[in-house]
Design a protein around this ligand. Structure first.
Ligand SMILES: *[C@@H]1O[C@H](CO)[C@@H](O)[C@H](O)[C@H]1NC(C)=O
Ligand SMILES: *[C@@H]1O[C@H](CO)[C@@H](O)[C@H](O)[C@H]1NC(C)=O
Ligand SMILES: *[C@@H]1O[C@H](CO)[C@@H](O)[C@H](O)[C@H]1NC(C)=O
Length: 491
């Protein structure tokens, strides 16, 4: 049930640089597969392992992952709640970390899917401030980024499976259509990106100089994985390593595999710029909550906000992910200087068309002043609760080629709120990231933040009260069906 349709395996040997070929004899003890893998991804592998080991030690000794009584209490409560969820037995992991763990590659990568250059490794000066950021800004910034509206020359390895290429193009197109970053297949230049069909999904961070690879291998072939890896290529680290992450997630250090603590390192406020973007569990750059777990039934990342435990990681870049990149690349200044626009419902200027706004979930129109008509309106009244069932999917017990989706907005009369109670959620193939089916709910007036997501009944609170007149709901499916039933009324 892995989502990738890619089946053939290409040789990563064709991607080796002459320098790395010289290292072959020293790897004689590895299997051929390991050789290819290690050579394909890492130049200073020994240095990498040494640094990560130092970082593991530092994290243990500094007590960075230790928590005060209050956080201990939250963690204990949340874990107890999980222990009653029998469905957790068979949770399926279809994300990047899962793929890289299966390929055995994960120990050779930073934060699970990141390659670091020698310079970046050295700048990980242990026990001092670090030259790393969510949007990475080293001393030589902005020379590590590709530049606003500048072509990023892209090639696709000649042996890349043909039926996987469209997904790469869709991933590039997402960033091209929504930001001033410009991936340009076939363009020429010294600094460039090459897609390879490597053993897993990984990328370098930012522009590192000359040709740099992005691997979208077997099991990585979804548009959201491509946008995630290209997010690293643009210069983004993971959301859960933000310096302020402790307010939002608790790292369950007791369940972290030995020797992987470096993957839970966090940035410092000193060298980090989040560009005022709030912490978003559903970001395309956030981990799923079971990464590096000893016991895969118990999460390693526990959401401080209970509603979001099952909403970590997003299948596509979010409104805020796009905004982060547009700020990081200075796209507003580059494209929209002197053009002002006034946006409603928390819209922001569209850097691709400065006279109009980009709208958060549920809104549309040049100024985001209209409700998005793709959301079917369910009017709510005061009084008795009304029951409603919603459904997506074609009912066939096979993976569909396209996602079946439906969107609803429950609307209260002006000045009222919505009371919503879920009575059932039935998704045939629930995964860790609900990629085969699930529902998502926006209960706040401000819909910029990705909504809460669930694909099992236990993952949702039973009762929600909106803070505005609208609750937006999406339901999707790509295997058999996703059904949900709830009651609602205005309040
Ligand atoms: C988990 O999977 C195993 C084997 O496929 C099955 O026997 C078991 O009933 C499943 N457990 C749950 C809770 O679905
Ligand atoms: C963890 O790994 C280190 C070496 O990386 C080793 O010294 C230590 O004994 C291991 N601890 C456990 C509990 O396996
Ligand atoms: C799911 O919803 C569809 C459409 O309402 C319905 O036909 C089907 O019986 C439902 N399936 C289950 C298992 O409830």
């Amino acid at each position: 049930l892995i989502s990738s349709s890619i089946t053939s395996v290409s040789s990563t040997l064709s991607t080796m640089s002459p320098l790395l070929l010289l290292l072959l004899p020293s790897l004689a003890l590895c299997s051929i597969k390991d050789e290819e893998r290690v050579i394909a991804i890492h130049e200073p592998l020994a240095l990498f392992h040494k640094k990560m080991h130092q970082l593991d030690k530092e994290i243990e000794q500094s007590g960075k992952l230790e928590m005060d009584d209050e956080r201990q209490k939250i963690l204990k409560e949340r874990l107890e709640a999980f222990s009653h969820l029998s469905h957790m037995d068979n949770i399926t992991h279809t994300d990047v970390l899962g793929v890289n763990a299966n390929s055995g590659l994960i120990n050779d990568l930073y934060e699970g899917d990141i390659l670091l250059t020698k310079e970046q490794l050295e700048s990980l000066s242990i026990s001092s401030s670090r030259a790393r950021r969510q949007a990475w800004k080293p001393k030589r910034f902005p020379s590590n980024i590709w530049g606003a509206n500048k072509d990023i020359p892209v090639s696709i390895d000649a042996s890349y499976p043909r039926d996987g290429i469209q997904v790469l193009r869709d991933g590039m197109r997402f960033w091209n259509d929504n930001t001033c970053v410009r991936f340009a297949e076939g363009a020429q230049g010294v600094n460039k990106v090459k897609f390879i069909y490597g053993d897993g999904c990984y990328s370098w961070i930012g522009m590192i100089g000359n040709e740099q690879q992005v691997s979208i291998g077997r099991g990585c072939g979804t548009v959201g994985t491509v946008t995630h890896e290209l997010g690293h290529t643009i210069g983004l680290y993971h959301t859960q390593s933000r310096y302020d992450r402790d307010q939002y997630v608790i790292v369950n250090d007791k369940n972290i595999q030995n020797g992987t603590a470096h993957n839970f390192d966090k940035e410092t406020a000193e060298n980090t710029d989040n560009y005022g973007i709030p912490y978003e569990y559903g970001s395309n750059m956030h981990y799923e909550p079971f990464g590096f777990a000893k016991d895969r039934k118990i999460p390693t990342l526990v959401a401080v906000s209970k509603d979001y435990q099952f909403s970590m990681g997003g299948d596509m870049p979010t409104f805020y992910d796009v905004l982060l990149v547009n700020k990081y690349y200075n796209c507003f200044e580059a494209n929209c200087k002197g053009v002002s626009v006034s946006c409603k419902n928390n819209g922001v200027q569209d850097v691709k068309n400065c006279r109009i706004c980009r709208c958060p979930t549920g809104y549309t129109g040049n100024d985001c002043g209209r409700m998005d008509p793709s959301f079917e309106v369910i009017p709510a009244k005061d009084g008795a609760r009304v029951s409603k069932s919603i459904s997506a999917g074609n009912g066939k017990w096979e993976t569909a080629t396209t996602l079946s989706k439906k969107s609803y907005v429950i609307q209260a009369p002006a000045g009222k709120r919505i009371e919503l109670i879920f009575t059932n959620i039935d998704v045939v193939f629930p995964t860790g990231d609900c990629s085969y089916g699930g529902i998502q709910i926006w209960k706040n007036k401000d819909t910029r933040m990705n909504g809460m997501r669930a694909c099992r009944k236990e993952e949702l609170a039973q009762y929600y009260l909106s803070d505005g007149e609208n609750v937006f709901i999406k339901i999707w499916n790509k295997y058999a069906y996703s059904n949900a039933t709830f009651t609602y009324r205005s309040y």
